[in-house]
Design a protein around this ligand. Structure first.
Ligand SMILES: Cc1cc2nc3c(=O)[nH]c(=O)nc-3n(C[C@H](O)[C@H](O)[C@H](O)COP(=O)(O)O)c2cc1C
Length: 459
């Protein structure tokens, strides 16, 4: 495959087909970069992807030096969308700096955070864009092999990715000497092992290596010692889905979208008590009120806004005092929450915050890989303590112990699962302290969710 052939495929298609329609359901506040082809092209057609300038970005990148590609990504200020928000270009720079015969690029498509379903739609709707993004990353760091670790519960995403890999390989876009250069790259799909911890980058690599998904110590970081001990870049689906647009339009262009330190757009998944639920893509900087009132279409009939859970079981809770705060990586941290991978769950007056954070802790305890004691034992004990609170069996002294243990689990756990597991507790203590007092001292649950308390109160 060369430039002329790629252009011919594009032009032949455009000359004999009507223009692509823009989907009608895009909200005026949206700006679609990652989702540019979503519901626009047939995701199973490589020709339609090429007609939308697909594979022109890797073609352009291959004419640049590796450092230039990385600099473009650094200029864009793209931050990883998998939860931590680490600068993507910087991570690549580290990986380029390590000499090795073999390097890897991994696309993290394990999407396990409750309330999130963005990556699923991105992959199902435009799989070639992720293949192209992985090629750009691979060229930049000098990798010749890629893996997509896709959640096994996403069979359609896995099927479309496999078709995309097969079609790109048959056209000579993936494989050896891509676009008549020295660059060769192949991709394999690995199905996720069905555990939340396998989305954590070091456990994910263990899983690809055929082992049980247990976290590794960091450092060394994957960019130095990753898959099979070789330098490896792991990026989230959405991070990778931004790359073709950054290379085609330039890092400078991208850096002007969004807020100063959280550039570009973010795909969110909205669920809960708003009228409209689903995914949407907006520049960073939108307010929570705009999300609920405009994109969400307001609260459902009979529902009054009480809380927004962001970052799932590792995140925090926003209240009505935060409705006009903007949403980006750093603003959410200042408010005691995190972006996580982009799930926003809207709760109304019927939601008991303590019951919800208890279920988050149950999730963390079940999903702990068990390798380190603070997380393995600590999350279960924290769950039991929260369960006691929701059953009216706790005391203010126990609450102090809950705070103490939370700090211990956060500071001594091996990986992000344990480190962030107590985050919803901190956030609930900060914003909904009255509910702790109601449950512990007054033995009441104002929402009526904690049944044991209703029964005791009525006796
Ligand atoms: C328990 C746990 C689960 C995670 N699950 C995912 C996941 O499903 N998808 C993902 O991209 N990142 C996940 N991460 C974050 C990854 O470890 C890693 O930071 C990310 O894949 C890096 O990509 P990025 O720089 O593009 O964000 C998880 C982290 C933890 C601690």
């Amino acid at each position: 495959m060369n430039q002329k052939q790629l252009e011919k495929i594009k032009n032949d298609y455009l000359n004999s087909n009507p223009l692509f329609n823009t989907p009608e359901n895009i909200h005026p506040l949206e700006r679609r970069i990652v989702l540019k082809n979503y519901q626009v092209i047939n995701p199973e057609s490589i020709v339609e992807y090429i007609a939308m300038d697909g594979y022109f970005a890797i073609f352009k990148a291959l004419k640049m030096a590796q450092e230039e590609v990385i600099n473009e990504v650094i200029t864009s200020k793209l931050r990883g969308r998998g939860g931590v928000g680490f600068p993507t270009g910087l991570k690549w720079k580290f990986a380029l700096g390590y000499e090795a015969k073999q390097k890897y690029v991994i696309c993290n498509a394990d999407e396990g955070e409750p309330g999130t379903f963005m990556d699923r739609h991105i992959l199902e709707g435009d799989p070639h864009n992720n293949i192209e993004g992985m090629m750009i990353a691979a060229y930049a760091i000098g990798a010749s092999k890629g893996y997509i670790y896709v959640r096994a519960e996403y069979p359609l995403a896995a099927k479309r990715l496999q078709k995309a890999i097969d079609d790109a390989t048959s056209l000579g876009i993936l494989g050896d000497n891509i676009f008549e250069t020295e660059f060769s790259f192949n991709i394999e799909i690995r199905l996720g092992a069905g555990a939340f911890i396998c989305g954590e980058e070091t456990s994910l690599m263990e899983s690809i290596e055929g082992k049980r998904g247990l976290s590794r110590n960091k450092p060394p970081f994957p960019a130095e010692t990753g898959l099979f001990n070789d330098p490896t870049i792991i990026n989230n689906v959405e991070t990778i889905a931004n790359l073709s647009a950054i290379i085609l339009n330039g890092g400078e262009w991208y850096s002007k979208i969004g807020t100063k330190e959280s550039t570009g757009t973010k795909v969110f998944s909205l669920s809960g008590k708003t009228k409209n639920n689903g995914i949407f893509e907006v520049p960073f900087g939108i307010s929570l009120r705009e999300v609920i009132s405009n994109i969400g279409g307001g609260m459902q009939e009979g529902s009054t806004f009480k809380a927004a859970y962001t970052g799932g079981p590792s995140g925090g809770i926003l209240t009505e005092n935060h409705l006009d705060e903007i949403i980006d990586f750093d603003s959410l941290v200042k408010l005691g929450s995190i972006m996580g991978s982009g799930g926003i769950i809207i709760a109304d007056q019927t939601n008991c915050v303590l019951d919800t954070i208890k279920h988050f802790m149950e999730f963390n305890a079940e999903e702990s890989c068990g390798k380190c004691t603070p997380c393995r034992e600590g999350t279960t004990i924290l769950y039991n303590m929260l369960d006691d609170i929701t059953k009216g069996k706790s005391s203010m002294e126990e609450l102090e112990k809950l705070k103490h243990l939370s700090r211990m689990v956060s500071t001594t756990s091996l990986c992000g699962l344990g480190q962030a597991a107590p985050a919803p507790i901190y956030s609930a203590l900060e914003h909904f302290y009255d509910e702790f007092v109601d449950h512990i001292e007054h033995k009441t649950c104002n929402t009526g969710v904690c049944e044991m308390l209703i029964n005791e109160g009525s006796e």
